[in-house]
Design a binder for this molecule. Structure first.
Ligand SMILES: [Zn+2]
Length: 74
């Protein structure tokens, strides 16, 4: 929770100025919100990596099957 030492006051994150400063004295008391688009692009959701891992396991399994098929054929 943002705290302004100048005003000795707690703020809700939503009640600070849009740039994260105190509305009374202008002291920076909270992290300025990052641009939403950039943040979403930088942070990959966990289920994406789950999908990548599942795909890697599947392709690895198919590769083993392919090698076994070739070994049985020749
Ligand atoms: Zn203040």
């Amino acid at each position: 929770m943002p705290w302004c030492e100048e005003c000795s006051r707690f703020y809700n994150p939503s009640s600070t100025a849009p740039d994260g400063t105190c509305v009374q004295c202008g002291t920076l008391i909270a992290e300025p919100p990052a641009p939403g688009e950039e943040e979403a692009a930088a942070r990959v959701p966990w289920h994406f990596w789950l999908l990548v891992a599942a795909l890697a396991v599947y392709l690895g399994w198919r590769l083993l099957q392919g090698i076994a098929w070739l070994a049985a054929r020749f």
